[in-house]
Design a protein around this ligand. Sequence first.
Ligand SMILES: *Cc1c(COP(=O)(O)O)cnc(C)c1O
Length: 424
Amino acid sequence: MKTLETCQTLDAQDPLRPLRDLFSLPEGVIYLDGNSLGVLPKTAAARVAEVVTEEWGQGLIRSWNSAGWFDMPQRMGDKIATLIGADAGEVVATDSTSINLFKVLSAALSMVQQDAPQRKIIVSERSNFPTDLYIAQALCAERGFKLQLVEPEEIAASLTDEVAVLMLTHVNYRTGAMHDMAAITQLAHAAGTLTVWDLAHSAGAVPVALKADGADFAVGCSYKYLNGGPGAPAFVWVNPIHAERFWQPLAGWWGHAAPFAFTPDYQPAPGINRYLCGTQPILSMAALECGLDTFAAAQALGGMAALRQKSLALTDLFMELVEQRCAGYGLGLVTPREHSQRGSQVCLTRQSGAFAIVQALIARGVIGDFRAGDGQVHPDILRFGFTPLYIGFEDVWNAVEHLKQVLESGEWQAPEFNQKHTVT
Ligand SMILES: *Cc1c(COP(=O)(O)O)cnc(C)c1O
């Protein structure tokens, strides 16, 4: 049986422990929501201030060249590439995940329209993150395709010769369940279908091998596990074999082959650069770079493989302690126990009270979040993200201790924990 002392020993032996000092964690908080908004890297405030006062304030327009502003999407992209199994020059950081999904999905549909015009269906998962489904719905309406939503176990059977694109989120935001990217991509390709992967809950959380797995398109988020700050530029990758086949539909000047030639005709830049649209948010890029540089520091300590090992140990421990110490309170587990099927979060269910329990935990400084179910197939969820860069084993012990006390005391039933806010 694990004890507080076991957890303290695990922290003392953890080779990644020094990474925690790279982050500014508020006093008295156990932060289990890095899957939703990552923590502030200690370097970010000073770096953003420097960009404001020096590069903008003093350098002014010269900074596009002298401070390397213009190349930031590619520089961030190269740093992200190392975390997702892509090569340098294949990724750009830009826009939001939703917008990047629109671009790649549109390019994928154009490819299919040319190569296999009878294929008119996009398959995705019913419990995919809604923005992905909304973007797909809008594109389907515009381009004459149909969106078909399936459960994970129905994916293989759904891949008929009418399916144009399989659009999946690698790690499910509600359950933390992870798809086998290599196996599914292989199935899709055997069925003549292109794959679009959303790495929002994967990049920086689990090892990803886009190129080795033969994926076609990918997008992902930088303000979650990559600690890029609220609204940080997202990223986009297109397999180099497809990157130049079509324009993406948001053909702005930053994606032009020669933006400063100011010609009236659009000529797409080679490769991934055509997936840029307009002027980039440089202050946000500067903050993002600080987040990405914490991974550069992790690289020296074993990189994603070491982070993954710790993440699995943290999530295993959380599952075990919840079972051991919170039994009899009606909690269920939706996150797979099987390592190969698990992201970096653990999601619990409860028939009722999930929202209020999360609120009561937040009042105690244990920050997770709540995701509503559909009242039918998918239950309400208490979601806890474990970021191995800054979460330790004693944090897990303490979080479970608070959960136990919240359930034991029934304090979650107080009216103030049952009021919904705009952002959950
Ligand atoms: C977080 C998340 C997004 C976020 O999209 P934005 O455009 O940044 O708001 C999109 N897709 C998935 C799967 C996510 O988890």
